[in-house]
Design a protein around this ligand. Structure first.
Ligand code: HEC
Length: 187
């Protein structure tokens, strides 16, 4: 018949084939991203557990190990964290909430704050190569302003000027805040 129609038909077939391929590739990429997110989160959880154990004294303080743990968290925070939740946030096997797409700036801010606190803790390890010094410890007034139930005012505390233990507790609150807001609960 009309060669024009044939041409169009060919284009449509090509487009459908291409769409089919790109879907499978996209799906594969999606699975990889979810796996990466969860791996990174698990690495951060293991690192936080180590820092916690050193503060509690159940693990001997070792500045190198302390720093390595803070650097693990820092490396997985900020933009590194944010980009893993770009595009299609919700995916098979993921607990990420669709709310991330709707409240992107809030999500990115939590990711960035996490990095700020981790960096402050990393510096604390440099400053205390031998022992977990007393000034790394949370004092009475810090506990009052940064206890687990305290409302965090993001503009007030500067993690570099507070005891490391206090910065650590506030950092854990960032993990918790983000999960409460942007992670869907397991059924
Ligand atoms: C900016 C938001 C955000 C921050 C900050 C954050 N998380 Fe997460 N976390 C998530 C989301 C969203 C998921 C769900 C990811 C998924 O299943 O795709 C998650 C999942 C996890 C998981 C489960 C991983 C798995 O195997 O399914 C652990 C453990 C975890 N986070 C630990 C932490 C720790 C520890 C911190 C702080 C040091 C932290 N997270 C900081 C958003 C965040």
């Amino acid at each position: 018949m009309c060669p024009k129609v044939v041409k169009w038909c060919g284009l449509i077939v090509a487009a459908i084939v291409a769409a089919g391929f790109s879907t499978t590739t996209a799906q594969r990429a999606e699975i990889d991203v979810v796996r990466q997110r969860q791996q990174d989160m698990k690495a951060m959880a293991a690192a936080a557990k180590n820092i916690d154990a050193m503060f509690k004294g159940t693990l001997p303080y070792d500045a190198k190990a302390f720093k390595a743990a803070t650097e693990t968290i820092r490396a997985h925070s900020g933009e590194k964290l944010s980009v893993l939740f770009e595009g299609s946030v919700t995916a098979e096997g993921s607990k990420a909430s669709a709310g991330i797409e709707a409240e992107r700036p809030k999500f990115d801010k939590l990711a960035a704050d996490l990095g700020t606190y981790a960096a402050a803790l990393s510096v604390a390890a440099d400053r205390n190569p031998d022992v977990l010094a007393l000034d790394m410890r949370m004092q009475g007034s810090d506990a009052k302003m940064g206890g687990p139930l305290a409302k965090r005012n993001p503009d007030v505390p500067d993690p570099k000027t507070m005891p490391a233990e206090h910065a650590f507790h506030l950092m854990l609150q960032i993990c918790t805040s983000c999960h409460a807001k942007f992670r869907v609960l397991a059924e």
